[in-house]
Design a protein around this ligand. Structure first.
Ligand SMILES: Cc1cc2nc3c(=O)[nH]c(=O)nc-3n(C[C@H](O)[C@H](O)[C@H](O)COP(=O)(O)OP(=O)(O)OC[C@H]3O[C@@H](n4cnc5c(N)ncnc54)[C@H](O)[C@@H]3O)c2cc1C
Length: 483
C-alpha cells in the first residue's frame, strides 16, 4: 500500500476550506501560517517516520479489515500487544517532538471504542452503524488520514445536567434528523491538534439518560465541513530564532452551526443506554496509554535537564539521583499502563480494552506526578530555565546589545552561549511554556479517575479477608448512621 507523504498531507490541508480561526481572521494556509505552522510540523512527523523502514515495527501493521499493511493508527486493537503498540507509537512521537500526537491517538482510540459499541447497538436496535463504521474505516485506512477524537463538550454550568442548561448547545446535540443524515449544533472544546486532521470523530462526552437523547450522537466529520468552524487556542512560544519551537500541540474549539452529517458517517443517534460504556472504554484505553506519553515526555525532559547541566558547566552525573527520580516516574506510569493493557478484556466484536481500575489509577498518577518531572527539570537547569529569565532571541542577537548579553548567557567555557540559550528555552518550554502537556485534565480529570477506583474498591470483601486472617468470626460492620 502507498502511504501518504508529508508533502501530500500538506497538499490535503491546503485544499481544505479555510475554517480555522485565530487572531481575528480565518487562516489561509495553515501549513505555513505562524499561528499553526508548529502544529502542522508536529502532526507531519508521523508521515515522515512512515517513510523510514526503521520504524515499521511500530508504525505499520496488518489491517484486520483488508489484510494489507497499513498505518498502525488505523488498525483495530485486538489484543494487549496492539494496545502496547498504541503506547509505543505515542512514546516514539514524544521522543522526536516532545509534544502530544493526537492525530495518531484520540481518533484511533475513538473508532476502536465505537467498533464494539456500534456492534452492541446494532444487535439491540437492528441499526447498521457497525457496517457504516467499517466502511468509513476502510476508506481512511486507504488514505492514511489523520483522525481526531472529540468527546469534551463545553458543558456550561457544571452544576447542571445537559438538559437543564440555559444554552442547550453547550453540549453538542442533534437538532434535526433527516432521512439522509442529521443536523448538529453546539461545540466540542479543547480538541487536541484538531486543525491538523482530515476528519474528526465525535462521541458523547458523558453518560446520558433517556430524556437526554439529543446529546447522544456520534459521527465522523471532515475538518473543513460546511457548518464547522475551528477556533485555535493560544500557545505560549516565541516566534523567532531559538525562542521558537519546531513542534507544538494546539487545541481547538469546534463550533458546529447547522452542520449536516450524512447518514453514512453517523454511528450513533439517541441510543442513550450506550453513552456510558463509550466513556468507560475510551478512558480505559486512553488512560492505560497516557503513561507512554508521559514517560516519553519525561525522557526528553530529562535530556533537556542534562543539556542544561552541561551548558552550565557541570557534569550530568552531579544530578544522577534526580535523573533516577525522573526515570522512575516515567517507568511507573509506563509500566502501570502496560499492566492495565495486559489485564484487559477482549470484547466479542474483536476489540480489546484495558482494565479500567488499573488504567484510571495510572491516569491519577500521571496527573499528580507530572509536576515533579517539571520541578526537577527546572531545579537542574537553574533560573535561566525558569520562565521570564532569559532575554529574547531578538535582543540576544541585536548587533549592539547582543554580544553584551551573550557574554553573560555563556556558561560552560567549552560551549557557545547560543547552546545555553537554546537549552534554557527548551527547559522553559517544557516546564512552563507551550510544551507543558495536558497531563492533568487531558483524557479526563483526575477526580473522575478516583471515582472509578473508589467504585471498584470492595471494602467489605477486604474486611472479610482481614477478619479471616485475624480469626474474627463475628460480623464486623459499619456502625448504623447516627440519627
Ligand atoms: C491540552 C488539552 C487537550 C485536550 N484534548 C482533548 C481531545 O483531543 N479530545 C477531547 O475530547 N478532549 C480533550 N481535552 C479535554 C479534556 O478531556 C477535558 O479538559 C477534561 O475532560 C476535563 O473537562 P473540563 O476541562 O471541562 O473540566 P471540568 O469538567 O470543568 O472539571 C474541572 C474540575 O471540576 C470537577 N468537576 C466537574 N464537574 C463536577 C461536578 N458536577 N461535581 C464535582 N466536581 C466536578 C472535575 O473533576 C475537575 O476537578 C483536552 C484538554 C486539554 C487541557
Amino acid at each position: 500500500m502507498k502511504f501518504r507523504t508529508k508533502e501530500e498531507y500538506h497538499a490535503d490541508l491546503r485544499a481544505m476550506r479555510p475554517n480555522v480561526f485565530k487572531n481575528g481572521r480565518f487562516i489561509e494556509d495553515i501549513v505555513t501560517d505562524p499561528d499553526t505552522k508548529t502544529l502542522i510540523e508536529n502532526e507531519s512527523l508521523t508521515y515522515e517516520l512512515l517513510q523510514n523502514p526503521e520504524h515499521d515495527a511500530i508504525l505499520k501493521a496488518k489491517s484486520t479489515l483488508s489484510g494489507e499493511t497499513v498505518a498502525r493508527w488505523h488498525t483495530l486493537m485486538t489484543c494487549p500487544e496492539d494496545l502496547m503498540m498504541y503506547g509505543k507509537l505515542k512514546k516514539l512521537h514524544f521522543h522526536h517532538t516532545g509534544v502530544c500526537c493526537a492525530g495518531v491517538c484520540t481518533g484511533w482510540n475513538t473508532f476502536n471504542v465505537l467498533w464494539s459499541v456500534t456492534a452492541e447497538i446494532d444487535e439491540k436496535h437492528g441499526t447498521d452503524y457497525h457496517k457504516r463504521l467499517e466502511a468509513w474505516l476502510r476508506d481512511v485506512e486507504l488514505k492514511t488520514y489523520k483522525i481526531g477524537g472529540a468527546l469534551t463538550d463545553a458543558k456550561g454550568d457544571r452544576g447542571k445536567k445537559a438538559g437543564q442548561q440555559v444554552t442547550p448547545d453547550v453540549n453538542l446535540r442533534v437538532t434535526e434528523i433527516r432521512d439522509d443524515g442529521i443536523v448538529v449544533n453546539g461545540a466540542k472544546v479543547m480538541i487536541a491538534n484538531a486543525a491538523a486532521f482530515h476528519e474528526i470523530i465525535c462521541i458523547p462526552g458523558t453518560a446520558y439518560k433517556e430524556n437526554e437523547k439529543e446529546f447522544v450522537i456520534s459521527f465522523a466529520v471532515p475538518r473543513d465541513a460546511k457548518g464547522l468552524t475551528l477556533v485555535q487556542a493560544e500557545v505560549k512560544e516565541g516566534r523567532e530564532g531559538w525562542d521558537a519551537m519546531k513542534y507544538s500541540t494546539m487545541a481547538s474549539y469546534l463550533i458546529f452551526e447547522d452542520c449536516f452529517i450524512p447518514k453514512e458517517k453517523v454511528f450513533m443517534c439517541g441510543e442513550w443506554e450506550s453513552s456510558g460504556v463509550i466513556i468507560s472504554r475510551f478512558t480505559a484505553n486512553y488512560r492505560a496509554a497516557i503513561g507512554s506519553c508521559m514517560s516519553g515526555n519525561g525522557d526528553v525532559m530529562l535530556g533537556a535537564a542534562a543539556l542544561m547541566a552541561r551548558a552550565n558547566g557541570l557534569s550530568a552525573n552531579v544530578f544522577r539521583e534526580k535523573f533516577v527520580d525522573m526515570q522512575m516516574i516515567g517507568n511507573l506510569v509506563y509500566g502501570l499502563g502496560l499492566g492495565a493493557m495486559l489485564a484487559g478484556e477482549k470484547h466479542p466484536s474483536g476489540t480489546f480494552y484495558a482494565d479500567p481500575t488499573l488504567a484510571h489509577t495510572n491516569k491519577y498518577y500521571v496527573a499528580t506526578s507530572y509536576a515533579e518531572l517539571r520541578r526537577i527539570c527546572e531545579d537542574v537547569g537553574g533560573g535561566i530555565a525558569e520562565t521570564g529569565c532569559l532575554p529574547n532571541y531578538k535582543d540576544c542577537t541585536d548587533p549592539v546589545m547582543g554580544p553584551k548579553i551573550m557574554k553573560y548567557v555563556k556558561g560552560n567555557s567549552e560551549l557557545s552561549a547560543e547552546t545555553r540559550a537554546r537549552a534554557a528555552r527548551l527547559s522553559e518550554w517544557f516546564t512552563s511554556g507551550g510544551g507543558t502537556m495536558a497531563f492533568i485534565h487531558g483524557g479526563g480529570s483526575p477526580d473522575g479517575a478516583r471515582v472509578v477506583v473508589r467504585l471498584n474498591t470492595p471494602v467489605d470483601e477486604y474486611v472479610k479477608y482481614a477478619a479471616g486472617i485475624a480469626g474474627i468470626t463475628e460480623k464486623v460492620e459499619d456502625p448504623a448512621p447516627k440519627k
